[in-house]
Design a protein around this ligand. Structure first.
Ligand code: SAM
Length: 205
């Protein structure tokens, strides 16, 4: 699994995530970002073209070297100052109250300790700072949830630790965030099992 996870999967994610189908969602989640931003699970930088002009800097947190290399073209195509500044969303190398906003897209499904990552985001966000999130997770419907639970062990093996079953909104609330905007929906073009999305903004107190 080492070569697959390290070298193949980042290319699959770069390819599947770089779809016109997702542009509207990426644009929506990035809307309103401003100032100094942290993005966890930066991947190959697929959100970069959607950063608003008001974004001053981005601290990119991404463990995969291959994904960071794949981001190169997008990094060269933007005026935003983007630095790879961390490798693990569970332990962020930043002082408290460092960022105006945070961004996470399709990443909380994969970070092993999701609660630790959210705790860290709250710590490094300024008071009143906003987490912009777009995540897939546990579906609203029990029939879909049953399939998600059945397939989760396979999914985690083939998709680098990604889970279908994370209850995103509950996790955000448990971490102390206040939901400011929330849209829960099934993504078009993929199965409900993988495409039960939550998109919104959560405020750090
Ligand atoms: C499904 S990809 C999403 C990438 C990107 N956010 C996007 O929207 O295309 C999940 C990303 O989370 C990253 N990741 C995995 N474990 C992580 C961790 N502990 N901390 C931060 N990012 C992590 C993976 O390397 C991968 O780039």
């Amino acid at each position: 699994m080492g070569v697959y996870n390290d070298r193949v999967l980042p290319r699959i994610l770069n390819h599947s995530g770089d779809s016109k189908r997702l542009d509207t969602l990426r644009r929506r989640v990035c809307e309103g970002l401003a100032g100094d931003i942290i993005e966890i699970g930066f991947g190959a930088g697929l959100n970069v073209p959607f950063y608003p002009a008001a974004v001053a800097s981005v601290a990119a947190v991404e463990p995969s070297d291959v994904s960071w290399q794949l981001a190169d073209l997008r990094l060269r195509g933007t005026n935003v100052a983007i630095q790879r500044s961390g490798l693990d969303g569970q332990v962020l190398p930043f002082a408290d109250d460092s960022f105006d906003a945070a961004l996470s897209t399709w990443t909380l499904c994969t970070i092993p300790d999701d609660a630790a990552a959210l705790r860290e985001l709250r710590r490094v966000l300024k008071s009143g700072g906003t987490l912009h999130f777009l995540e897939h997770g546990l579906a609203p419907d029990e029939r879909v949830r049953r399939w998600q639970r059945r397939l989760d062990p396979v999914q985690t093996r083939i998709a680098g630790g990604c889970h279908f079953t994370r209850p995103i909104v509950d996790l955000l609330r448990a971490a102390g965030f206040t939901l400011k905007e929330l849209d829960v929906f099934y993504e078009e073009g993929i199965s409900k099992i993988a495409g039960a999305d939550s998109l919104g903004r959560a405020v750090s107190p």
